[in-house]
Write a protein that binds this ligand. Sequence first.
Ligand code: ZN
Length: 513
Amino acid sequence: MKASLRTLVRGLLLATTLLSLEAKTSETPLPDAKALDVLAEEYAHSSFPLLREILSIPNDANNPDDVEANVVWTESAFAQRGFDTQRIATAEAPLLLATRQHAAAEKTVLIYLQIDGQPVDPGRWFQASPYTPALKQRNATGDWEQIPWSAIENYDEEMRVFARSASDAKGPVAMFLASLDAMADMRMEPNFNIKVIMDYEEELGSPNLPKAVTDNRELLAADMLIIFDGPRHITNRPTLTFGARGIATITLTTYGPVVPQHSGHFGNYAPNPALRLAQLLASMKDSDGRVTIPGFYDGISIDDATKEILRAVPDNEEEIKDRLQLGSIDKVGKNYQEAIQYPSLNIRGMQSGWIDDKVRTIVPGWARAEIDVRLVLESDPERLIDLVKQHVSAQGFYVTDQMPDKAMRMAHAKVATFTYENSYQSFRTDFDSDVGRWLRSALQRAFEEDPIQIRMSGGSIPISPFVNTLGIPAVTVPTVNRDNNQHSPNENLRLGNYRDGIRTMLGILTEPL
Ligand SMILES: [Zn+2]
């Protein structure tokens, strides 16, 4: 957009806003899609240095120095924008709470932001460092080619910034700060108070968050929670996500001889732990991927109204199957959205003996499966874990949470070590809740279209401690491109999504609550 037009729209917007502040009428029109687009464009431009700066700070939560640098940066960024900031101490990384009160406010919105990123393997990034943001565009052969950072001045919406956390989730942090700046410059103020809670251990599963929320209930009190995180629906249209599955993990180990034995000398004699594990795992599911442990899906029913909600999501399942190269799919649900409304029992890794060039002719000493259980609201995590444990026991295994000693091995025909961790529960908010109606209205105004509404995403975010402890509803507002390589090398953020993210947040910040 030409600078002159931008100035004109900006002037008009400013005049309207000032008028509304002086007149204090409720009839003053809210900024429309066009005005928000212009503003988002301008503040995308002006915030690129900020985006670059925040992405240049290493943020591996395993490294306390990284955490501290990010806490200091965010403390300063929010203080500069008129927020009171306060560290909430935990056993490890602190949380940061930034609060700003507004004159016309009756309600308070809690906003969750994630600052840390997954660990990096710099050798697998096609740039100097995952913490040196690189601007790239596709060349004629479709490969991403780095271009000078200065080209961002005249950016094209298909260009991308590559860096750790570009999408997950410092990009949204930069969008939010840019939106706050736009609001301040336009002398617009939300009619609700804002509390921002920043998590520096999200990629570690937020181990200290539940206790911190419980211990700081009054401090965090709010009417609703919104989460600026995650990718939009694959169509890249405006999206609201009303829930997420929770997660628990299980480690399951079976045993053979105390140390690996020659398979010629002891094959047919020493029981093989890999086979035992395979049989055990196979007994948990049928060939269509459905868990056969009785009671695992108890309490979940997808009624007609819910089916309608799930069908309204414009998934292209042929495209999904094609992309993942799947000749068949599991039959837990009738379609993709339905499938993720159920808890899952997923083998995320298995190991026994050695393979490839390290293969050897042995009866291995042990076999291990790492399992994750994605949780839904209807299923009590302790009950699900216990069902799996009882099932292992019912297959003739003596179940222990220890590595077995000789006496234990000798006393039982089969021993399995079963340990688990219940990270956090699922959450799910009604489409017709106050927060749902409010966000829908904000996005409709910002984009002149109905957002895609996702009942529950398959992945997990640590939001249930807020929902359950504070007793408030939560909705996720995703902004980034889905093909962002999050958690992997060459994570990136599409600049069109960065701009639209600012537009989304401006829509929300200007929406009366
Ligand atoms: Zn992540």
